[in-house]
Structures are given as structure tokens and as C-alpha cells.
Design a protein around this ligand. Structure first.
Ligand code: PEP
Ligand code: MN
Length: 343
């Protein structure tokens, strides 16, 4: 931590700042210039968290030198994390991990059909919402526990691991019982009680970036889960709110290399919720993979026009199969194997 003082600081004020910092357990180093004095604080910055440094008389600005996240930071890991979701689905290795399936689980039949089709096309994991975070309370809210049972049943039929969203701390255990990976939706990225609960389970977490969250806020949300005991976190860029109205959200492609620079955690992209339009899913997927994403999560439906949620952005089975067959060159461009499926 570096503390820059005001030009007119008195010696008494300077002494007071030093005393506060040293009393917290850090050492200080003074650097006196012609007009300003800079105070370097050496030691564990987190010990200063309880002090409102900027409010101390004579302090002009305070600059942290370390990243605010620790467990999620590249500085704190010997190598990049590979998250294993079971049944061969791995996030962060040399191959891409592709998750596909309907926005919502609507019935057992459509789920099974979708699972079989996306698996044949090379997807390594099935998605399907049981609890849906809908903007309107009058929209379809998901089938809840019934949908969880359908997901578990399709997993045992097909051998495909499943991921589904958990909306509420009260549902963490039942979702963890049925699913291989738990998704935190964009709207819950800063639901700290939920993140803490997910820290104590033995299942990987797919953490989606909030609608208006910075990359730092996303990594701090991952830090919550990790600080509570669960290191298996996969991050997901799913588009952010901007002034642009041509797409549902704006896919922040730059977040991928930024996250890779900042964190050892794997990062995947959701081109479906980013673009909000089935026609945009393939180009956004290509951009994501070329930029270094570790995988994708894509909405696929047997009959998008009659989907109970997000039909406009859902791919047909054929469109998904075509997308999968065109990913290889982008994977190679970003230094991965041509092999898309990780199992
Ligand atoms: C979803 O994946 O179905 C979903 C609701 O996504 P997001 O939280 O990114 O909007
Ligand atoms: Mn959706």
C-alpha cells in the first residue's frame, strides 16, 4: 500500500499516519520529495482494512499494490486451475469444454432429446434451468425439484454431467444432490450469502459475471466462494450492459484475456445470453474461443420457437452441430488441440 500525503502535511500528522499503520502490524518507509512525502506500507495490506486511511488528516490518496483477490489471483497459484466436473468434463485444460442444453428444463422428453443430440455433436456437459431468474414474476419460473430429477435421470441415461442454476441459499443442498456443477446466475453474482453457501459444498461452481459487474468484482465474487472452502470455480463472461441496443448484452471479449492475466481460474463464454439472438451465437463463439476462452455454454432447444424461455437465442440441433464442426480452427488459433470434447 502506498500513501501519498498532502503538500502541506504537518510532522504531527505524518507521525500519526505512521503510528496507525505500524500499530496495525506493517512497517513503513518514508520517501520525502520537495513538495510531497510518500509513505510505503510494507506487509499484509489486509491488516489495514479496518482503517479509513483516506479520512486521516494529511492523506491525499491511497494506492493498493496487491490485487484485492488472493485465492483467485495468478499470484497465489503455482499453475492454472483445471476444474473437473465429472464424467470427463474438464474446464481449463488443453481442450475446450462445451456445455449445451435448453434455457429451461421443460419436460423429460425434450431434455433427453437435447442431451442425446448435443452429446453426439461433441458437447461434454448438459445445461438446463430448474429455477429460473425471470425479470417478470408472471413468466415461466422453472419446474424446480421436478426439473432437478429430470436432469439427474438424463445424466444416468447418457453419462453426461449436468449444470443448473441455484437461485436461493435454501436450495443449495438439493441442487448439489442432483447436479454435477452449480451455476450462479448473473443476477446473483454478488449474492454474498449464496456465494458463501457454495463455498461449503463439494461441487464445482459456474459463476456468471453480473450484468454491470467489473472483472475485479467478478473475481472478488469467486474469492468469496474460495474463501469459504471451494476452489473449483469456473468463471463465465455472458455479456454486460452497455448503451448498445443491437444485442441483448455486449459480449466483453476483452474480459477473457484480462481474466487470464489476473486469475488462474478457467473462463468460459455464454454467447447465447450475450447476443440474445441465435444468429449471433456462432460468430460470438468463434471470437470467444479465438480470444482464449476455455469453453462455451450454449442454449439449444428441439424447437426454439416454442421454448418456454429464451427461444430467440436458442440454437436448433442442426445449428449447434454446425457450430461444433466449425470451432476447431479457432481452438487451434488460440493454441489448443483440435479436440473439442474434453472426455
Ligand atoms: C441462464 O444461463 O439461463 C441465465 C439466466 O443466464 P444469466 O444469469 O447469465 O442471465
Ligand atoms: Mn436463458
Amino acid at each position: 500500500m502506498i500513501i501519498v500525503t498532502r503538500p502541506n502535511i504537518t510532522e504531527a500528522e505524518l507521525d500519526h499516519i505512521r503510528e496507525r499503520v505500524e500499530a496495525a502490524g506493517l512497517r513503513t518507509h518514508l520517501s520525502r520529495g520537495e513538495r510531497r512525502t510518500i509513505l510505503g506500507c510494507i506487509g499484509d495490506e489486509s491488516l489495514l482494512e479496518g482503517i479509513a486511511l483516506r479520512s486521516i488528516p494529511g492523506v491525499e490518496s491511497v494506492m493498493p499494490v496487491l490485487r484485492p483477490y488472493k485465492r483467485a489471483s495468478v499470484d497465489f497459484a503455482a499453475e492454472r486451475t483445471v476444474v473437473n466436473a465429472g464424467f470427463g468434463a474438464r474446464f481449463g485444460g488443453n481442450s475446450l469444454a462445451i456445455i449445451a442444453g435448453p434455457c429451461s428444463v421443460e419436460n423429460a422428453d425434450m431434455l433427453e432429446q437435447t442431451a442425446k443430440s448435443v452429446r453426439a455433436s461433441g458437447a461434454s456437459m448438459l445445461r438446463g434451468g430448474a429455477y429460473k431468474p425471470r425479470t417478470s414474476p408472471y413468466s415461466f419460473q422453472g419446474l424446480g425439484v421436478e426439473a432437478l430429477k429430470m436432469l439427474a435421470e438424463v445424466r444416468s441415461q447418457t453419462g453426461m454431467p449436468v449444470v443448473t442454476e441455484v437461485l436461493d441459499t435454501r436450495h443449495v443442498d438439493v441442487v448439489a444432490e442432483h447436479a454435477d456443477m452449480l451455476q450462479v446466475g448473473a443476477r446473483n453474482m454478488q449474492n454474498f450469502a449464496l456465494l458463501a453457501e457454495l463455498g461449503r459444498i463439494q461441487r464445482p461452481v459456474l459463476l456468471k459475471r453480473g450484468l454491470s459487474a467489473t472483472v475485479t468484482e467478478l473475481l472478488m465474487a469467486a474469492e468469496y466462494i474460495m474463501a469459504h472452502g471451494n476452489n473449483d470455480v469456473v468463471l463465465c463472461e455472458r455479456g454486460i450492459r452497455t448503451f448498445e441496443t443491437g444485442t441483448r448484452n455486449t459480449l466483453d471479449v476483452s474480459a477473457i484475456p484480462v481474466i487470464k492475466r489476473e486469475s488462474h481460474l478457467p473462463v468460459i463464454v455464454d454467447p447465447s445470453h450475450a447476443g440474445g439472438d441465435a444468429d449471433l451465437v456462432a460468430p460470438l463463439s468463434f471470437a470467444a474461443i479465438a480470444a482464449g476462452a476455455d469453453g462455451l455454454i450454449v442454449e439449444v432447444h428441439p424447437d426454439p420457437e416454442s421454448a418456454l424461455s429464451d427461444g430467440d437465442q436458442s440454437l436448433t440441433f442442426d445449428a449447434f452441430s454446425s457450430l461444433m464442426s466449425r470451432l476447431g480452427p479457432f481452438a487451434i488459433a488460440s493454441g489448443r488441440s483440435m479436440e473439442v470434447m474434453s472426455s
